[in-house]
Design a protein around this ligand. Structure first.
Ligand code: A3P
Length: 252
């Protein structure tokens, strides 16, 4: 593995490479018209990045093909009105587990049983799912924040993309919206080398271990959680999310 162990900053475990750039991150100042995408890892970051870019480019996919997604949307932690997106914790955990298996810059996740503990204890890179989701949910009415759910985009992409469009102050025609829905579908994105990480060196991301565009579904957790793990998870969830009104709609 290329990765150094995670380093805690203010109680949040971060990749050492992120900590190397800490002053840049800490001193980052958003300009008034900046749009920040604040997803928890594996909650559809790349998906929303592609949607935002397609809207920005008025549905012209040629303009979105100017470079790989990581350059079109630089990560603050790697270089330089927020839009958090949340995915239910169970599917997120499964996705993150496979991501850590293939991403050699992150710690080896160990077995699924071991990873379950790491995740619920918030010891994964970029910290606890619970803190992230609760934090942004509590913030949503105080600032200009558009809070999106992965499951909603999956269920009704057009409606959710329309919300993003309105948030961005754009007014695109119906036909353009339909094209964006189609261009940002899982099937299209899985084939797109500018978003599917196929250009990342194998020493960093080994797509033979797990693809980046892995399944793109809701409910894959059922293939991983044992009944006992699910019960334990539900208990932890109730405890950690006590008092919040957030609700993840898992039934499609
Ligand atoms: P899975 O591992 O469950 O397949 P991130 O970009 O935050 O790292 O999130 C990656 C997850 O989002 C992966 O989940 C990936 O398949 C899913 N994803 C990416 N693009 C998607 C799309 N167009 N539709 C549905 N899911 C998508």
């Amino acid at each position: 593995r290329l990765g150094r162990p995670l380093v805690e900053v203010a109680g949040v475990p971060l990749p050492a490479s992120t900590v190397d750039n800490w002053s840049q991150i800490h001193n980052f100042e958003a300009k008034p018209d900046d749009l920040l995408i604040c997803t928890y890892p594996k909650s559809g970051t790349t998906w929303i990045q592609e949607i935002v870019d397609m809207i920005e480019q008025d549905g012209d996919e040629m303009k979105c093909q100017r470079s790989i997604i990581q350059l079109r949307h630089p990560f603050i932690e790697w270089a330089q009105p927020p839009q958090p997106s949340a995915r239910n914790a169970k599917d997120c955990m499964v996705s993150y587990y496979h991501f850590q298996r293939m991403n050699k810059k992150l710690p080896d996740p160990g077995t699924w049983e071991e990873y379950f503990e790491t995740f619920v204890n918030g010891k994964v890179a970029w910290g606890s799912w619970f803190d992230h989701v609760r934090g942004w949910w509590d913030m949503r009415d105080r600032y200009q924040v558009l809070f999106l759910f992965y499951e909603d985009i999956k269920r009704d992409p057009k409606q959710e993309i329309q919300k993003v469009m309105q948030f961005m102050g754009k007014n695109l025609e119906e036909a353009v919206l339909d094209k964006i829905v189609q261009q940002t579908s899982f099937e299209k994105m899985k084939e797109n080398p500018l978003v599917n990480r196929s250009t990342v060196p194998k020493s960093h991301m080994d797509l033979t271990v797990s693809s980046f565009m892995r399944k793109g579904t809701v409910g894959d957790w059922k293939n991983y959680f044992t009944v006992a793990q699910n019960e334990r998870f539900e208990e932890i969830y109730r405890e950690k999310m006590k008092g919040t009104s957030i609700c993840f709609c898992l039934e499609l």
